[in-house]
Structure formats: C-alpha cells, structure tokens
Write a protein that binds this ligand. Sequence first.
Ligand code: SF4
Ligand code: SF4
Length: 442
Amino acid sequence: MNNVDLIFSGGVVGAGGAGFPTHVKLSGQGDSVVVNAAECEPLLHKDKELIRNYADRVVYGLSVAMQAIGASGGFIGIKRKYVDVIERLRIEVTSGMEISLLDDTYPAGDELVLIYEVLGRVVPPGGIPISVGTVVLNVETLFNISEAVEDNPVTDKYISISGAVKNPCTVCVPIGSSFSDVISAAGGVDIDEPAFVVGGAMMGYVESDLTKPITKTTGGIIVLPKNHFVVQRKLWGLSRAVRVGRSACDQCSFCTELCPRNLLGHPIEPHRAMRSLGFSANGQSDVKGTQFCSECNLCSYCSCPEGLDPRSICAENKRRILTEIRNGAPRWTNPPFRTERTKQHFHNRKMPTERLIKKIGLATFTNKAPLNHQTPIINRVVIPLQQHIGAPSTPTVKQGDEIQKGHLIASKNESALGANIHASISGIITNVTNNSITIEKT
Ligand code: SF4
Ligand code: SF4
C-alpha cells in the first residue's frame, strides 16, 4: 500500500474541523501544504501540546502529506507568541518547510484566513484551498498521518479541558470515551452550576448530556458557569436573534467592517442580512452572500455594539441556500470578489485575541492546558459511526465479538465519501446499532 492508501486504511480525517477524509484531500496535486497550528479558539491548547511533545511526529506527517500531493513547500502557520513551541519545530523542520509566524488574532485558524496570511493567496468565495494550489491540514491530523503510515490507525483523541475545572489540561483518550470521563481527567468541575461548551468558546456548542462520546473531531471542552455570556449567547436560538435583530439593528455595519471573510474580499455583508429581517415575516434573508459565512461568531460576540446576533442570521440563511442548491437551485456563478479590499483593510482590522478573551468574559480562567501524560482508565466506549463528512461507516463486527484495540470495526461506505473506524480499546462488542458500536473492557 502507498501512503495515501495507508492513511485511508487508518481512518484519518481532519481532526480540527468537520472531519473531511484526509485520503481524499491528499489525492489531489498542489504546490504546498499549509499546517494549521494557529489554534485561535480561546483556552484550547491541544495542538500546541502535541507539537511541544511530538514535534518530530507532526513534522514527519507534514513530509508525508507534501510527498503525497507533490508539494515543494510545507508552511507551518503558528502564532509568534508561542516561542518555545516554535523552537521545537525549528529543530525538526527539513528542506522545503518553513515556519510562518502569525499575529495573535482571531480567527487566525480560519482556513481561508490562514492561507492568505501564510501564502498571500485568497481562495475565491465558495472555493476550496486546492483551487489556489494548496491543502490545509491541522496539527493533530498530521500526527495521525504519521501514525497511519506506520500502520497505526486512529484510535485516540487529544482534547483540551479548560475553564472552571480543577486542573485545566490536555489529555489523550480513546475515541468513544464519554465527556464526563474526560472532565474527570481534569480533576472535575469546580463550580456549582456548570455548563459545558464543546469545541471552543467561539464556534462550539453547549452540551448538557455528558454521556455523549468524544469523536475524531472533538477539540475541547470548556466548563463555564451556566449564566456566563458565552453560554447564554449560544442558547439564544434563532427566533430571539431574529426578533431582537429586527428591532434593534441600527445598520452601523461594524459587523461587516470586521468580518474576516468580508476582509478577504468575499461578498458577505452581515449588516445587509440583518437589514433584510425587516422585510421578511419568517426571518429569512435574500442576501446571497450569507452562504460565504464561516460562522466564526466574531460579529455576534465582539463586533456588534448592540449585542445582536448576525452570525445566527447568516448561518441560518447559509444552510437554507446550500440546501436549495443541493435540491437543484442554480449556484451563484462568479460572485463579486474584491481583492483590493483585502490589501487595504485586512491587516489593520484583525481582532486581537487578548481583547476578544476580555470581551467575552474568559480572562479569569487559566489560559494553559499542559499535556497530562497519564491516560485516564476508560472501561467502556461508544464509538459513533458518523465522525466525518460523508456517509456513516458500515459495522464489520457483531455483538459478542472479542476485539483488540486498533481492529477495524466499521468500514467506509463503498459508494460514498467516508472513513474507516477502529476499536479504541480492547474488549467485547456489547452493542451495535445504526449509529454506534459499544465496546466494554473484559
Ligand atoms: S454591528 Fe450590530 S447594529 Fe451594527 S449593523 Fe451589524 S448587527 Fe446591526
Ligand atoms: S460569523 Fe459573522 S464575522 Fe464570522 S464570517 Fe460570518 S458574518 Fe463574518
């Protein structure tokens, strides 16, 4: 098997985003690989911890990815403030690799923002990185690539646990561990009325069911008081965003002026989406540019002086427009694309992370999560069959089977995009459903 086949076989998917199957990304040809080590979500640190502890593996993964797509350049985008992490990388990088230093801003890890910062190229609206000759891979994805080409499939997940926990840290846990198992590994919660934000304060969601499993894409859990600004805003719901937005938006357009995608020249103007609420009974917007929203939440949590929620309006309209396109509606061909705007305003309108952290009320929490080398003891995992973009995987085991960690338990659906899934602990298969496979240690 060649390396891309091994990466497919090992079930590697994008560990920092939606879980796009990595073998598909690496089946194209490009001139460069950009490493997303920006990790711009406040309080999350697992990518830095992976580099601190395993820089050699991450850089090896980068060399495999470069070779797979025929790239002559590998660019590691990391914030310049992480001096010790950068030193670890400097020891490991080889010919053709560069470390690209980023400012401490949000959202530096937005794939399109990162490509502009690192390569000076702007991906057109609706385009993907390979359309400008590059592939973007997250740090943990590279780590997983380095393991997969040595025949070690993806079985574990690195995850930061931060906020109101006793010992904020990063841990490595078997995929399918419960959220509560992982929170225990950080010493447990240290407030009375906690809420749990999964995936990051800016782009994550509030989860109340702590039996839910860690997947290949879970990046972090932040524990916050129930009445915290971030929690409350995530619980607003669309109807409130529409009602308040319709009555209180004064069209100052700060949301648009500071929107990272607008600053790249894309035709997204959240203030226009907000304006359209006044002309629609059901909160729908005809503003087509909303389909280019990255859902970074900067407009809603930071830019809007009225405390409104343009992101929810843009995200809802984006989903509706994309559904219509999937159902046969024509795509917007050649949307306007103002690259001169990027050159004019991009750098002086970036949002400093420190300011963002203060603004959304996270400054009182420890902003570090060192790797805890003690792997928690996990006796039961529930492994979802859908942890990636594409179709759910098909179980290859049945109840009662005895399996070892690393064995294939569900294979990619043959006719669709997807990924293989492997046992994350050794034990007995105790349940197989359409959604998940349960393994219990014997
Ligand atoms: S920043 Fe707020 S008030 Fe200003 S246009 Fe945008 S949504 Fe309206
Ligand atoms: S969430 Fe707001 S700031 Fe972010 S891309 Fe969408 S419209 Fe722009």
